[in-house]
Ligand binder design. Sequence first.
Ligand SMILES: Nc1ncnc2c1ncn2[C@@H]1O[C@H](COP(=O)(O)OP(=O)(O)OP(=O)(O)O)[C@@H](O)[C@H]1O
Ligand SMILES: [Mg+2]
Length: 256
Amino acid sequence: MKTICVFNQKGGVGKTTININLCAYLAMNGYKILAIDIDPQGNTTSGLGIDKRKLEYSTYDVLVSDVELKDVIKKSDLVENFYVAPSTMELSGAEVELINRNNREFILKNKIESLKDEFDFVFIDCPPSLGLLTINALTASNSVLIPIQCEFYALEGVSQLINTYELIKKSLNKTIEIEGVILNMYDARTKLSNEVMFEVRKFFEKKVFDTVIPRNIRLAESPSFGLPIVLYDDKCKGAEAFTKLCEEFLARQRRE
Ligand SMILES: Nc1ncnc2c1ncn2[C@@H]1O[C@H](COP(=O)(O)OP(=O)(O)OP(=O)(O)O)[C@@H](O)[C@H]1O
Ligand SMILES: [Mg+2]
């Protein structure tokens, strides 16, 4: 079982879009997948058509009480092999509630460990911040997947992102690695997109996936229908890109 967190403290770069769609394609390829939503916005949760009002427990309960992940995990009605640990707004209170708790950075790690080897891959969708929720995700993960949006400020947050990663690697999680960097919202027609791509490849070198995710309106629409792109429009450019990304991701796993 490999745990990967989708991490970038910058908002709106495509963490959730990548989390939902890469997970969906991996599940369709026969891998048993758990997507953990550790973002109070709950976009992975709603983007997979889960009704937050009907939840008995969420990742909030997992973090602040003795509720286990297996008690909150929902099997997706949409895709075989796909399971979700949903979140709600309630989770935004967890950081404060845990302020005096011993080993508060390790709560998620310990809860994931109690799943044993139930899943092939566990993906964690991080919030756009560097608080305790993100620290729990980074501490619990074997690797980080970093989405970068192809826009002017793309590289601005990267040094902070690397600092956080290095800090975690030095202290809470010595074995964490960079799984890869994914360029998102790429527009081949613009000089800017190509410049960002060049800079990101220069900086992260081989860590950057060859597959880039284009800006594609269908990808933006699908969460409002509670569907991953493969079920919303499996012929669009966005779906094509995620099919390729999934293949490349799996090829990299085989090489490791
Ligand atoms: N490749 C794309 N093409 C078009 N729209 C996209 C693409 N990727 C993401 N979006 C849209 O951009 C917005 C931000 O994406 P997303 O929610 O995945 O980012 P995020 O990093 O998870 O944001 P947050 O930091 O708020 O959690 C969403 O409305 C999403 O639908
Ligand atoms: Mg998100």
